[in-house]
Write a protein that binds this ligand. Structure first.
Ligand SMILES: Nc1ncnc2c1ncn2[C@@H]1O[C@H](COP(=O)(O)OP(=O)(O)OP(=O)(O)O)[C@@H](O)[C@H]1O
Ligand SMILES: [Mg+2]
Length: 155
């Protein structure tokens, strides 16, 4: 079965990207794979307090929780199969590009949680747009599902 991959980081823009990806998965009868990548903060690794600041167990737990919370907050009704959840330790853009191998589409938000206000694209969406080998869809913060997507959901 074809799959659509979407990256989430806990932001509202990523939640919208997830809903757009879900609508597209409905339309195409594809599987939906929801990916969240997490990393040890570099600053914490260099600190003498590293064990306190960046316990890998609790970082992984937070990452799983981020994924669960985002899935709960999104409209994922009417999918052909349950969305697959993927929590990956590593850099977000490469994690997304790897997960999206052989997929129909890779979907990301234009911006995420971090970053410098005013930039059009965050570093993850920018890197993905440059390096992905599958088509990339970048969802701006104000986007809603297309008419065709909505018709498909509402029948
Ligand atoms: N850790 C992550 N795991 C999975 N997907 C992610 C992750 N971080 C970002 N994304 C995806 O990339 C989109 C854009 O986020 P990005 O990180 O590029 O913007 P930003 O946080 O505003 O800027 P920056 O991180 O460069 O400071 C998000 O909406 C989400 O779809
Ligand atoms: Mg970010």
């Amino acid at each position: 079965m074809d799959k659509i991959v979407v990256g989430i980081d806990g932001s509202e823009t990523a939640r919208r990207a997830l809903e757009w990806a879900a609508a597209e998965a409905r339309l195409r009868g594809a599987r939906l794979v929801v990916v969240h990548a997490w990393q040890q903060p570099a600053a914490a690794l260099m600190s003498p307090y590293a064990p306190l600041l960046a316990d890998p167990g609790s970082l992984a737990e937070t990452a799983r929780q981020t994924l669960t919370d985002t899935l709960k907050a999104a409209d994922l009704s009417g999918l052909a199969s349950e969305p697959e959840q993927l929590v990956v330790q590593g850099a977000a853009a490469s994690a997304l590009i790897d997960a999206a191998e052989n997929s129909l589409l890779l979907v990301v938000g234009s911006r995420g949680r971090g970053g410098v206000a005013g930039l059009l694209l965050g570093s993850v969406s920018r890197q993905v747009a440059h390096e992905s080998t599958v088509p990339v869809v970048i969802i701006p913060p104000t986007a809603t599902a297309s008419d065709a997507q909505t018709r498909e959901r509402d029948g």
